[in-house]
Design a protein around this ligand. Structure first.
Ligand code: HEC
Ligand code: HEC
Length: 293
């Protein structure tokens, strides 16, 4: 109701007050009327208009509502250009000021974080706390609260990075997601072939390769697997093919699980987060995850 012309302000104020006084007066008159006002209107044989005064609770709730209205109008902006007793420097203004200050603070902090590079973010305890909170909220259901992973969901705190450990690669992984495709080799290799190649892979991972026992598996590996996992089992970040020669396993490094990975294939999916997170959140997460690299 800001800036009404004076004439209308006065009109609104006078009419509102006059209306309230009239209502109060009417209520009191009716309540205390000795003789109920007689009317000719009969609704049926027993119900006659004007027969009895209104019930007391009804009367008092009307009066309280009127008093509430008056107090409200006294303290808060309610008519004309009157802003209310409380608005001049008290509650509302203070609230507005503190809200503005909080927002200001928030935007200043956000802007500062946006301009800080990854390395400096990693030394900013508050920024890292924010990152950890975001991780817990968006990523922990799969990767665990401490980012140590679980079967099928990679550990993000070790040195084994399937899709690359640089800031650019991690940012891409989080923003756009990743889809890994390991084909099933059960049919081309046969049961025996799967067994042999699995044992060969494990002999490299566990450092106990023996030409006599593992030679046949090695030949199969070079035929079927080398294109993605590499001549030295080092993997290839371009396809998300993991290093098979280290101790980090996405699905598990026991013989049965390795055989299962080979025979049935694997299709791990890291969902894209660019529509769920802001660029700043992704940057903070990347800083947090790559702080040990
Ligand atoms: C087309 C590329 C490709 C070929 C060929 C391929 N793999 Fe894979 N392999 C992958 C990818 C990608 C993954 C990761 C799957 C995932 O993350 O869900 C994978 C995962 C695995 C895993 C699971 C590793 C873990 O950490 O749990 C094993 C074991 C494996 N491959 C063995 C083999 C063997 C043995 C061969 C040959 C018979 C082979 N792969 C051929 C792409 C390939
Ligand atoms: C629905 C489960 C799920 C959620 C939620 C999830 N991830 Fe993943 N993430 C995966 C899976 C599965 C993989 C492995 C994909 C593959 O097979 O290569 C992965 C892979 C990754 C990788 C690649 C690791 C490497 O070795 O290269 C990073 C980094 C990552 N996630 C970070 C995150 C972050 C940060 C979040 C939260 C914003 C997140 N993830 C949320 C399932 C999830």
């Amino acid at each position: 109701m800001a800036n009404l012309p004076l004439f209308w302000q006065i009109t609104v104020v006078v009419l509102t007050i006059a209306g309230l006084i009239y209502l109060l007066f009417l209520g009191i008159m009716i309540y205390y009327a000795k003789e109920p006002v007689k009317h000719e209107v009969m609704w049926d044989e027993t119900l006659e208009e004007g027969q009895a005064p209104v019930p007391a609770w009804w009367f008092w709730s009307g009066i309280s509502a009127a008093i509430f209205a008056i107090l409200y109008m006294l303290f808060y902006p309610s008519f004309g250009n009157y802003t209310g007793l409380l608005s001049n420097g008290l509650i509302s203004e203070k609230y507005a000021l503190s809200k503005a200050a909080t927002q200001d603070d928030y935007y200043r902090k956000t802007e500062k974080l946006e301009q800080t590079d990854i390395v400096h973010l990693q030394f900013d305890a508050e920024a890292m706390k924010l990152a950890k909170n975001t991780f817990v909220q968006y990523c922990a259901s799969c990767h665990g609260v401490e980012a140590k992973g679980q079967p099928s969901f990679p550990n993000l705190t070790d040195d084994a990075w399937v899709w690359g450990s640089t800031v650019d690669k991690i940012t891409q992984t989080i923003a756009n997601g990743r889809k890994a495709t390991m084909p099933a080799w059960g049919i081309p290799l046969g049961k025996d072939g799967v067994d042999k190649v699995a044992k060969y892979v494990l002999s490299i991972a566990n450092n106990n390769y023996n030409e006599k026992t593992h030679g046949a598996g090695k030949a199969k590996y070079q035929q079927f697997c080398v294109a993605c996992h590499g001549a030295n089992l080092q993997g290839n970040p371009a396809f998300g093919a993991p290093n098979l020669g280290d101790s980090a396993w996405l699905y598990g490094g026991d013989l049965a699980t390795v055989k299962q990975s080979i025979a049935n294939g694997r299709n791990g999916v890291m969902p894209a987060h660019k529509d769920r997170l802001t660029a700043l959140q992704i940057k903070l997460l990347t800083a947090w995850l790559s702080r040990n690299n």
